[in-house]
Design a protein around this ligand. Structure first.
Ligand code: NAD
Length: 383
């Protein structure tokens, strides 16, 4: 049966523009879906570079203004892969134009922006999703299945880290192309929105909501040259952030993120300790889930390392033969597959904008706690 086209309009062609484009191009080869993503148009401000990317990656056309992309009748879904300060304006315009939206994380600069985005997509009734892709690493999805089955019993602890080391040099400028993450006006925050947001999304997906937080934030390098102005300016992002929290289920959380952990490039790890069993995961070894079960009696009791690559593991039946690894980029392929299956079934795949707003609320509470040196309640949805 001929597949229905899902015409994609991609905004931005950096790191995530590539990861998502690769996912759209690959998904139909490995997943049985009614819709086939079509790389309809790529939007970037520089026409020459946009055309070069479009030619290399297979887009049919280019636009240099995202408003023109959104105005096109032949675009079904808008994919937002630009810095965080543009997420709100583009999302609201796309929703008003009736487009589906796949937006990068964090959903917005702050909760107020995220609320406005949720209202816009819900009013327009358009499908929407935020790219918290780590949910779709098979070992992480498998962890979710284990927890949901009750296997761990009561959960006591949730521990997560996201460590990097790329901003240690004082000579690194802030702002502008490629370095927008160091500029609070473009990023909203530093490691909290960039890295901890991933840890928080995974945590609330696996272990439920967070009640309150106590955080410390630090900016180690206080001033850097801003690329746009050429002047030395104050740095206002958080270079490092650590926080404690209480989950709604009574468990305790401990989170740490920094760009100053020499030797670590992208060390995302989490560990969950339950009454009967514990699990832990490490992005550097992403196909493995470590599992300890206290119920196994005798001297053979110990940690086991499950290679999440068999046909009955999440997503893996769609790939190669059992035992062969897949990688980072496949989490995006899985997210597109789930998004399309959500269109087909009428039950949208998460995280939706509304789901991602929960993470934003926790990020805002963490930043407020760091600034005020006090415990902060996480804003809860009206019930
Ligand atoms: N899900 C993840 O794991 C993950 C990883 C990295 C980044 N992100 C998120 O993805 C988004 C983009 O990050 P990135 O790493 O791809 O950044 P990047 O700097 O690699 O790419 C950003 C792109 O946006 C383009 N851009 C900027 N302003 C624009 C405008 N007005 N119109 C059109 N294009 C414009 C730039 O030219 C560039 O192509 C951010 O929100 C970031 O937080 C998510």
């Amino acid at each position: 049966m001929a597949k229905k086209p899902l015409n994609i309009g991609m905004i931005g062609y950096g790191f995530m523009g590539k990861a998502h484009t690769n996912a759209y191009a690959t998904v139909g080869n490995f997943f049985e879906l009614e819709y086939e993503p079509v790389l309809k148009a790529l939007c970037a401000r520089n026409a020459e570079k946009a055309q070069e990317f479009a030619d290399n990656w297979g887009y049919e056309s280019v636009e240099t203004d995202w408003r023109a992309l959104i105005a096109r009748d032949d675009i079904d879904a808008v994919d937002i892969c630009v810095p965080n300060n543009l997420h709100k304006e583009i999302s609201i315009a796309a929703a008003e134009a009736g487009k589906m939206i796949l937006c990068e994380k964090p959903i917005a600069m702050d909760v107020a922006e995220g609320e406005a985005m949720c209202e816009a997509v819900e009013k327009a009734g358009v499908n929407n999703m935020v790219w918290y892709n780590y949910r779709r690493v098979p070992a992480v999805t498998f962890a979710k299945n284990i927890i949901d089955s009750g296997n761990l019993g009561r959960i006591f602890h949730y521990r997560a880290n996201f460590l990097q080391d790329w901003t240690i040099s004082e000579d690194l400028p802030q702002g502008g192309e490629a370095l927008w993450r160091l500029d609070a006006d473009a990023a909203g925050s530093g490691v909290t929105g960039d890295l901890l947001a991933h840890c928080i999304d995974t945590a609330i997906w696996l272990n439920g909501g967070i009640k309150d937080v106590s955080a410390m934030t630090e900016t180690f390098i206080k001033e850097r040259v801003h690329q746009d102005t050429g002047e030395v300016q104050k740095v206002t992002i958080d270079d490092a952030c650590a926080f404690l929290c209480h989950f709604d289920n009574g468990s305790l959380g401990l989170f740490e993120s920094t760009r100053y952990a020499r030797g670590h490039k992208a060390l995302y790890t989490f560990e969950i300790n339950g009454e009967h069993a514990s699990i832990k995961w490490d992005l550097h070894d992403l196909h493995r889930l470590e599992y300890f079960d206290h119920r196994l009696e005798g001297p053979m009791r110990g940690w086991r390392s499950i290679h999440v690559s068999d046909g009955d593991h999440p997503y893996m039946g769609n790939w190669w033969v059992p035992g062969l690894n897949i990688g980072y980029e496949h989490s995006f392929v899985h997210q597109v597959a789930d998004f399309i299956q959500g269109l087909e079934s009428g039950t949208p795949a998460g995280p939706t904008f509304r789901d991602a707003l929960e993470t934003q609320k926790i990020c805002d509470a963490v930043l407020e706690s760091g600034a005020s040196r006090s415990w902060q309640d996480v804003q809860k949805a009206d019930v």
